[in-house]
Ligand binder design. Structure first.
Ligand code: ACO
Length: 359
């Protein structure tokens, strides 16, 4: 049988940090509310485009796999904040990397974007369409955030991660997954102004209103991820006890805790980094996975469960068989350009730019 082994991994978080106290300087909120309701302490704000973040994460993933850009057959880019819709964002990453042999596609499923992209790339490798792929989860939410809305502005951050996959005969990579969507509830997490139906309607691009039923999303997130985990584990013929580590989407620490209780799993098995980055939408689960690998949270030759949930309302869970290597084969000098602003300064620039075009 053919598998799609994960042999390279990399992440790229923009350096500027926006803390809960920073948010409290322009929103009626405080560190205690945000920490107790979400588990978040700070998030990153990008000074570059989402394609640039993705490019650096990909360069790091390729180095970790000991591969060059020319080895890549396919680039799958999961995001909801693509720089452009045409040409697609994956083609920009191809150009930046010099991955001239790669086919390129974008995948849009909101917070599950990185994980749906992992399914697309794995399936194309398993079916023999390609032999290798870069999978990206990357997001720059900050330019389109409604920074006046405390219900949502405190929840999100920017970031990116990438995995390198290659064909293998050994059981490795995604073993099973379950994907689904609560389309009938799609309106409980929607962003007015973010898409083509708003074109030529007198609206400024980037001016958004987030329609967000937090408590309803919370319940659907737990239900969707729980059923996805049950299905993926059943397909793999594995019990929850056989899972060594769980790396969930990080939208809210209380969602993670509720899910883990529902799955009857040991909390010690769960990787959490929400306090550092908040919810980075399509980047979240892959950034957490890459960080879990880097910190040796993922044991060699073990099974990992990756549940995720996002707008749509899309849900997913992947069972990954991890290999016997969690050290990078090499590193790269590729990095982001310097950033001379703080997170608060970058957000203030966005708020002022929006005011100047709407006045
Ligand atoms: N600071 C202070 N007060 C706030 C803030 C804030 N940042 N945001 C909302 N509030 C207030 C509201 O105005 C409301 O006040 P009121 O009671 O006077 O009307 C009150 O806090 C709301 O409190 P709760 O409803 O108890 O808040 P809750 O515990 O449900 O937490 C949250 C809200 C964090 C959004 C939660 O519902 C949640 O995490 N939901 C799901 C996650 C989510 O939506 N993530 C977004 C991404 S989607 C995804 O990744 C799947």
């Amino acid at each position: 049988m053919t598998y799609a082994a994960i042999t390279g991994w990399g992440k790229c978080l923009p350096p500027a940090t926006l803390t809960n106290d920073d948010l409290a300087t322009f929103l009626e909120t405080d560190d205690e509310w945000i920490t107790s309701r979400t588990g978040m302490k700070e998030r990153r704000i990008s000074h570059v485009t989402v394609s640039e973040l993705a490019y650096v994460a990909c360069a790091r993933a390729l180095a970790a796999a000991g591969k060059t850009a020319e080895d890549v057959d396919l680039i799958v880019f999961g995001s909801t904040t693509f720089d452009e819709l045409c040409p697609n964002a994956a083609s920009n990453v191809q150009r930046l990397l010099g991955a001239k042999n790669a086919a390129c596609m974008d995948v849009s499923t909101a917070c599950t974007g990185g994980m749906y992209s992992l399914s697309v790339a794995t399936s194309m490798i398993k079916s023999g369409v390609v032999k290798s792929a870069l999978v990206i989860g990357a997001e720059t939410i900050s330019p389109i955030m409604d920074w006046e809305n405390r219900d949502v502005a405190v929840l999100f951050g920017d970031g990116s991660a990438a995995l390198y996959l290659e064909q293998s005969d050994e059981e490795s990579g995604v073993i099973t997954e379950a994907l689904g969507c609560y389309g009938e509830s799609r309106d409980i997490l929607s962003v007015e102004g973010w898409g083509m139906k708003y074109a030529n309607k007198g609206r400024v691009l980037g001016q958004t209103n987030w329609a967000f039923l937090g408590q309803e999303i919370f319940k659907k997130a737990v239900a969707g991820m729980a059923q996805a985990c049950d299905k993926a584990l059943a397909k793999a013929e594995l019990s929850a006890e056989q899972i060594t580590s769980v790396v969930p989407h990080q939208a809210n620490l209380r969602i993670i805790d509720t899910l883990v209780k529902r799955l009857k799993m040991d909390k010690e098995k769960v990787f959490v980094n929400i306090h550092k980055y908040g919810n980075m939408s399509a980047a979240t689960t892959l950034v957490a996975f890459v960080e879990a690998i880097e910190e040796s949270f993922i044991a060699k030759d073990s099974y990992v469960l990756l549940p995720a949930f996002g707008g749509g309302l899309t849900w997913s869970a992947h069972v990954v068989k991890w290999g016997n290597r969690n050290h990078a084969l090499a590193t790269t000098d590729v990095k982001l350009p310097e950033c001379d602003k703080s997170g608060l300064e970058l957000v203030t620039d966005i708020i002022n730019a929006k005011k100047s075009v709407t006045n």
